[in-house]
Design a protein around this ligand. Sequence first.
Ligand code: 4UV
Length: 520
Amino acid sequence: MYSGAPISVPDALLHAFVLEDAASRGDKPALIDGASGRTVTYADLASGVERVAAGLAARGFGPGDVFGILSPNLPEYPIAFHGVLRAGGTATTMNPLSSADELAHQLADSGARFLLTVPPFLETAREAADRAGVEEVFVFGEASGATPFAELMGETSGAPDLSGLDPREALAALPYSSGTTGLPKGVMLSHRNLVANVVQFEAVDDATPEDVLIAVLPFFHIYGMTLLVNAALRNGQTVVSMSRFDLVEFLQLMQDHKVTKAFLVPPILVALAKHPLVAEYDLSSLQRIVSGAAPLGEDLAGAVHKRLGCEVKQGYGMTEASPVTHFVPADVQNWTKYGSVGPVVAGMDAMLVDVDTGEEVASGARGELWVRGPNVMRGYLGNDEATAHTLDADGWLHTGDVAVADADGDFTIVDRVKELIKYKGYQVPPAELEALLLSHDSIADAAVIPVPDEEAGEIPKAYVVLKPDHKMSEADVIAFTADNIAPYKKVRQVAFTDQIPKSASGKILRRLLVAQDRGA
Ligand code: 4UV
């Protein structure tokens, strides 16, 4: 077993912990909209959160209630997120690329009472909200058919007394993750889980209020939520937000705002290593790039370091762990173990376990990574079976990732035993695509596996069995998935076959299919 240094987690609610020093930071910019330069100061943030909470309380929203946020990164996003928490409620953060079906599922499953979106997504949001029985839809700005977010912020006082709320029990966030198997599920993260992960991250980070971060990773995903919203705002950093990735805009913002630290995913490092435009910008302020959410090639990391001259380090985590469990500490100099995600963070235990026997493996051997600590979720919402499958009685979270640890206690992720596909760091659950494919009139059976891809990391490939006398082309299958789910989840390769390999109990033999595909 590997154990991080002990930590003490304050008994605080997340918004109170994150915003502890916000009001006293006054006019210092907390968030800047990359596209327009619109700024939310720390004072705006502190007062905005109180106003949102007061407006929600006036609408009878409070502890036990869920609020959906469906928005790209905007400087006001953290005001909404922490405002919901300050009202005693839970935020379920949603991927803006989702289809109406996906949104309706998340809204209904989480029992969301309210939904906040932006005008361009309102039509899809409204459809999903109506289907899921959401009571009121808000928009940043204005659009017909929704209440302006500004209306929620009309009251300056009236935020409730939350002294009765237990940070260990109350849920702060409910992001969705497919975990090791099946469809996306609500990950119950308590205030304590998320406070703990900020403390754990701070123990390995060297944040200062002089730091400027670029927020190109989405705030709705746990990587952005914890590092770019919670840790950054707790530490008085300035966050430059981007609502979508565009390489030119990204480079321009890094240069103009003198960004010091960048949390990224491997596909952006591919662009930084290779794209000719990168040479035209002055990125000398950049001290460190952290890559996470998907495997980072050693050569790629080395190439980025060589080209930009900044540190390149990795973090590793998952939604179910709030998310950070491994991180290369900021105080480690001249780090060149580019393939490694570093040691387990403070306050956590980690163990590598033989997948077949459940026994701890010998030092240096591969095993499934299990982690345990105060940042591990309370469970999946309304799904005890999936919770029991992932969290064991001793509190170990079975990550579904295979890792090795070296003599220094630095871990390297080498494989994945769970079903998940990661497209550019985004979750693509094969079970969701398989269920969709099976709903097509011409498809008798289907299985979806990851195929390596240089830019995206992995892409989903469908093996499809057609019904007798039915015809579909590869393009038909791809178009059918593209029409029904978020664009990043669509099937990108198709193979037609006579039979999907399955176990006696009917489970798809994914490893066999992957091996056959690699040999094909
Ligand atoms: O649940 P999720 O979508 O969560 C994430 C979280 C990424 C983070 C978190 C904290 C960090 O400091 C950081 O750098 C990145 O993506 O997906 C979880 C799965 O993503 C894969 C792995 O399969 C997880 O179970 N994954 C995440 N980070 C890495 C990774 C990595 N560095 N290398 C390989 N796979």
